[in-house]
Ligand binder design. Structure first.
Ligand code: AHE
Ligand code: ZN
Length: 376
């Protein structure tokens, strides 16, 4: 029978403040739960969004982190999908294969445990994390990867090819999959299609990669930071535009519609900025252009456009985790990485340790960082 484990974790005590490194207790996994020794967690802007206090599903004290990979340390009763020693990627979008959503064939948004996940607790409504005083800590996104050990639902992880280096494929737990999947599953970009992507971070450049793997035609990347141009081209962009530098008599949408003879087949927002979301929609081709929202907008933000934009055939869509069903489809992304078809390692610009997580967070805000991977 598994016993509680003491380990180090970075705890969000107060929004907007540095994370606190603490020794916490991680309880044994209960029925349909798995305890994972987290080996690597990459920093994602969503952790920052929640740490800032903007996320209505963010709580204190909690253990953030959601782009993680590790090894199964112990399993609770009734777990038959993974075994001790399996190398796993954690899934903030679980896949139960049984709920209405999973069975619909229309979405990857499994809802089996979504309500409790959003409240920062395990499916039975309690926490497996306790601080030194024995007080419970909230979970985050069903993962909580900023701890050396975590407990997740057995539908919130997937075993992957043991040949895969976990310090790389942890990126498939969020950023890379979100972008590649948005291009290939949500948008289903086809050969020759024109694409524009706002935001040249890991997600945006993964959209670019996903589109290039589909032999898209023109792939335009827009970012306010010129230093991203080289990055964008490395992942397949054919054009780079700094929107602050175009002729100010025209809106960016007018500029793009003119540049692309009527607009783009697909546009993607990877910024979370609602003004950009509108620009992206209005840059899509009349009659058929689709605009896909991926970026996380702050609480209370709303999008708007003239309904005429939709009446005349543009489609506004969203994508979560790239539309990818984690347990069914993520192992294939790992194989594509192992076969050299999918770039993953190339997004890693920085490494750090859990003890130095604050340095990692700093560098993330510097604009010089794509992904920073924490060795736990
Ligand atoms: N809790 C936030 C929403 C956050 C959000 O949109 N999350 C994305 C993943 S971000 C990964 O870096 C997502 O996939 N959401 C789907 C879901 O079910 O949460 C809020 O604003 O309430
Ligand atoms: Zn993320």
């Amino acid at each position: 029978m598994a016993q509680p484990i003491k380990c180090q974790a970075a705890v969000l005590r107060e929004f907007g403040k540095p994370l606190s490194l603490e020794t916490i207790t991680v309880d044994a996994p209960k029925s349909h739960e798995v305890r994972v020794k987290v080996l690597y967690t990459a920093l994602c802007h969503t952790d920052e969004y929640t740490a800032s206090g903007s996320d209505p599903e963010g709580f204190t004290p909690s253990v953030l982190g959601h782009e993680s990979a590790g090894i199964v340390e112990s399993i609770g009763p009734d777990v038959d999908s993974v075994k001790v020693g399996d190398r796993v990627i954690l899934l903030y979008t679980p896949e139960c294969k049984k709920c209405k959503y999973c069975l619909s064939g229309k979405t990857n948004l499994c809802q089996a445990i979504r309500a409790t996940q959003g409240k920062g607790v395990m499916p039975d409504g309690t926490s497996r994390f306790h601080d030194a005083e024995g007080k419970p800590l909230y979970h985050f996104m069903g993962v909580s990867g900023f701890s050396q050990y975590t407990v997740v639902a057995d539908i919130s992880l997937v075993a992957v090819d043991p040949k895969a280096d976990l310090d790389v494929v942890c990126l498939l737990g969020c950023g890379v999959t979100t972008g590649v999947g948005a291009a290939q599953i949500t948008a289903n970009v086809q050969k020759g299609d024109s694409v524009a992507v706002w935001g040249a971070g890991t997600v945006g450049l993964s959209v670019v990669q996903g589109a290039q793997l589909r032999d898209a035609g023109r792939i335009i990347v827009l970012d306010l930071d010129d230093s991203k141009e080289e990055w964008a081209r490395e992942f397949g962009a054919t054009d780079f535009i700094n929107p602050s530098k175009i002729d100010s008599n025209k809106s960016i949408s007018e500029y793009l519609v003119e540049l692309t003879d009527g607009g783009l087949d697909f546009t993607f927002d990877c910024t979370g900025n609602t003004k950009v979301m509108r620009q992206a929609l209005e840059s899509a081709h009349k009659g058929w252009g689709q605009s896909i929202i991926i970026g996380v907008a702050a609480s209370g933000q709303e999008i708007s456009t003239r309904p005429f934009q939709l009446v005349t055939g543009r489609v506004w869509k969203g994508s979560a985790f790239g539309g990818v069903k984690g347990r069914s489809q993520l192992p294939d992304y790992v194989e594509q990485y192992l076969n050299g078809k999918l770039k993953v390692k190339e997004y890693i610009t920085h490494h750090n340790t859990l003890a130095d997580i604050e340095k990692g967070r700093e560098v993330m805000h510097s604009g010089k960082c794509m992904r920073c991977v924490l060795d736990m």
